[in-house]
Design a protein around this ligand. Structure first.
Ligand code: SF4
Ligand code: SF4
Length: 162
């Protein structure tokens, strides 16, 4: 036979957890607090934290895969083709894509990481840096040079397991 349940019992259990945590938080010593007084105190983010996306322009082939897969449509890429003449007579003319524009709008980005995952040429990386907030939404658009500058803040890849 099923045990009878008290109406509102689940809600009371939830409230008990909330109040217990609130009382513990209020009376615990300051040094145990999980928050810091930013910006006076700055936390060291985890090396693999998703702070901002860095772009390696030399590695990017303007394939557009990241822009097509981005669920927010917040990557804007433009490029053009350039012909490279053969170094030896009779050689084949090579066509190379040149990057003209690569912007990410961080006012729209939801930090899902799909663009970094799908890039087949290792041109996108996560940096743990998070200090780029702005007072205006328009300034959250990072162009290719600003995205390239984030490369210096990308941590080294962890060593391969042997
Ligand atoms: S992290 Fe996600 S939302 Fe942000 S630019 Fe990349 S694919 Fe788009
Ligand atoms: S997927 Fe990679 S190579 Fe292709 S456009 Fe995006 S960043 Fe460039």
């Amino acid at each position: 036979m099923a045990t009878p349940t008290i109406p509102g019992g689940g809600m009371l259990t939830g409230l008990k957890v909330t109040f217990t945590t609130m009382i513990k938080t209020l009376f615990q010593p300051k040094k145990n607090l999980k928050t810091v007084n930013y910006p006076k105190v700055k936390e060291e983010p985890h090396a693999r934290a998703r702070g901002v996306i860095a772009l390696d322009q030399d590695a990017c082939t303007v394939c557009m895969l990241c822009a097509r897969q981005c669920p927010d449509w917040c990557i804007y890429i433009e490029g053009h083709k350039e012909e490279k003449q053969p170094e030896t007579p009779g050689g084949r003319v090579k066509v190379r894509s040149e990057l003209d524009r690569f912007d990410i709008d961080y006012a729209l980005c939801m930090y899902c990481g799909i663009c970094v995952e799908v890039c087949p040429f290792d041109a996108l990386f996560w940096s743990p840096d998070y200090e780029y907030s702005e007072l205006s939404m328009g300034k959250m658009l990072h162009d290719k040079d600003r995205l390239q500058n984030w490369l210096t803040t990308v941590p080294d890849a962890p060593a391969l397991e042997s």
